[in-house]
Design a protein around this ligand. Structure first.
Ligand code: ADP
Ligand code: MG
Length: 274
């Protein structure tokens, strides 16, 4: 077994694509799980009101638990909203409750509306650093829109991970996403980079899947990971057991490919930093 290098400083990823159903949440939780399995310290922040990442990681997210809503709207310290994932020692989650559906509107009238997640996360990471308990990776799971919640995620992050579903409409909407990211870079977060693109739901038996994969690789040769995530029933079943595929079926092709993707991410980060 290989061990993944520990990054020199906390890497903060936003998993984004304004399309729904492309594998954002599946990617966020499985990459987080694969990294945590290597002993790295991971924080997942769920900012999708659906709370699917919270569910997949076995975290309670009924409206009475402390959540990212309280952090964003009521300035609750993030430490008070962090919950421990039952399956991985080094994986913690800030869950999302359905209250977050209203936050998109509530944020509009608040001060520093685009930076609230950044501010809360920076304070929390500083505390963890100070306690000698550094977080290695933060992974933020976004809703399928480019609204203020996603803007908060872009402002809080250093890297964007874009999952792309290997289907006909894959590249449609991508230029809109990249334009938005450019605006964020220009006005709000110059340090943000689209470091990683991951092909998901790849079906090697169809010409279409291979064609889409080829197109995306041609457009983004640096960013696309070598491994593509196959379409797999095990991956889609895992959340109904409140698990990631990494624990649900560790030897499945889905688990193996997410582990490989996590390893590529870890090694690429190490190269870029030095
Ligand atoms: P998003 O967060 O972008 O809306 P999800 O990660 O929730 O997308 O994925 C959408 C649906 O597709 C879910 O039901 C999920 O279980 C399923 N799914 C995701 N990745 C795969 C895959 N590689 N193979 C099969 N099903 C998948
Ligand atoms: Mg999702």
């Amino acid at each position: 077994t290989t061990t993944f290098p520990r990054p020199e400083s906390t890497r903060i990823f936003t998993v984004a694509n304004q399309k729904g159903g492309v594998g954002k949440t599946t990617t966020a939780v499985n990459i987080a799980a694969a990294l945590a399995n290597q002993g790295l310290s991971i924080l997942v922040i769920d900012i999708d009101p659906q709370g699917n990442a919270s569910t997949a990681l076995g975290i309670e997210h009924s409206t009475d638990v402390n959540s990212i809503y309280d952090v964003l709207i009521d300035e609750m310290p993030m430490a008070e909203a962090v919950a421990q994932c039952p399956d991985f020692d080094h994986l913690q989650v800030v869950p999302a409750t359905i209250d977050l559906a209203g936050a998109e509107i509530e944020l509009v009238s608040l001060v520093a509306r685009e930076r609230r997640l950044h501010n809360a996360l920076a304070d929390y990471l500083r505390e963890r650093d100070g306690a000698g308990d550094r977080v290695d990776y933060v992974i933020i799971d976004c809703p399928p829109s480019l609204g203020l919640l996603t803007v908060n995620a872009f402002v809080a992050a250093n890297e964007v991970l874009i999952p792309i579903q290997c289907e006909y409409y894959a590249l449609e909407g991508l230029s809109q996403l990249l334009n938005n990211i450019q605006l964020i870079q220009k006005h709000l977060n110059p340090a943000l980079s689209v470091s990683t693109i991951l092909l998901t739901m790849f079906d090697g038996r169809t010409n279409l899947s291979s064609q889409v994969a080829e197109d995306v690789r041609a457009h983004f040769p640096q960013e696309v990971l070598n491994v593509a995530i196959p379409r797999s029933v095990r991956i889609s079943e895992a959340p109904s057991y409140r698990q990631t595929v990494i624990t649900y079926e560790p030897n499945s092709s889905g688990a193996l490919s997410y582990r490989e993707a996590a390893e590529e991410i870890a090694h690429r980060g190490a190269q870029r930093n030095g």
